[in-house]
Ligand binder design. Structure first.
Ligand code: FE2
Length: 287
């Protein structure tokens, strides 16, 4: 069985697949260096200190909700002390940068719209894929937060069904100590358990809510997916996955973006993330 056949088979059976050496060392270093440039040039430590977590508190502020077509910076909750002061430096305090790196940053754009990505997505069977969002996730030692069990399609829904995949690139080795991905293999066959929808509370303010709590994910058996630097992980939008906190002394940076099959589907207007006039979701194959 050749490599690609194995990848497609793993993806179909388990809902995820690992491709080693997808990015060259040079590509990995270029993305990390661009991230440093974005921090040096774009991060204002005095403003917009929006914390990103995947626990009970859900992001609904304007800084987050309007980040779909921008490069914005989200902090780790443990980057601050009780008085709200930063306790780590600017390179260590962030949870992630999102959500339009794939369009606003040339190095990230080049990887996202590279021929090898297009080939892979074609092989998976996407006909009219668009890129909906992208993130650089830091998971720094000591403060890199846990990602709770979830399905990506919970946040990226479509009608009649959310055909979505995530591509996830390890920019350092991702290990069981520093918080690699963990999956419930085959769980993509279960369909979508819950949806995160935009709604209004009693005061008329916009809030995001899960249509159903899914605490039972926590009790289920996950399989760790440690990968080497440069590896890609292809993730079905329905497969349940999570990642632990970083217990090591090494960072676990990754670049990830999500692709939506637009053919025969309509993006859900209840999603937090919406295409904008300035930036409609870009076609993967035409860019
Ligand atoms: Fe995810």
């Amino acid at each position: 069985m050749d490599n690609l056949t194995k990848v497609l088979q793993d993806f179909q059976i388990n809902g995820y697949a690992i491709i080693e050496d997808f990015l060259s060392n040079k590509e990995v270093e270029t993305l990390k260096s661009e991230c440093k440039t974005l921090i040096d040039k774009g991060l204002d430590l005095r403003e917009d200190q929006t914390i990103f977590t995947t626990g009970d508190s859900q992001q609904t502020n304007d800084y987050f909700m309007n980040s779909g077509d921008k490069i914005r910076y989200f902090y780790e909750s443990h980057a601050f002390n009780d008085r709200g002061e930063l306790v780590v430096d600017k390179y260590s305090c962030l949870n992630k940068i999102g959500h339009a790196l794939h369009w606003m940053s040339q190095p990230f754009k080049e990887i996202t719209f590279s021929d090898k990505v297009k080939q892979l997505v074609k092989q998976i069977g996407f006909v009219e894929p668009v890129v909906v969002q992208s993130m650089y996730i830091f998971k720094n030692p000591g403060i890199g937060g846990e990602v709770m069990p979830h399905q990506d399609a919970t946040y990226l829904h479509a009608i009649p069904d959310p055909k979505v995949i995530g591509l996830w690139f390890a920019l350092e080795d991702a290990t069981t100590e520093n918080g690699c991905l963990e999956f419930i293999p085959g769980s993509h066959h279960e369909g979508l358990h819950t949806q995160w929808i935009r709604t209004t509370d009693q005061n008329g303010s916009t809030v995001m809510k899960l249509t159903k709590e899914c605490n039972q994910f926590k009790d289920r058996q996950f399989v760790s997916a440690p990968v080497k630097k440069g590896s890609a992980v292809v993730i079905n939008g329905f497969v349940i996955h999570k990642s632990a906190i970083n217990r090591s002394t090494n960072p676990r940076p990754i670049y990830t973006f999500h692709i939506f099959e637009q053919k025969d589907r309509v993006w859900d207007s209840f999603n937090w993330l919406q295409p904008t006039h300035d930036m409609p979701f870009p076609s993967l194959y035409k860019n």
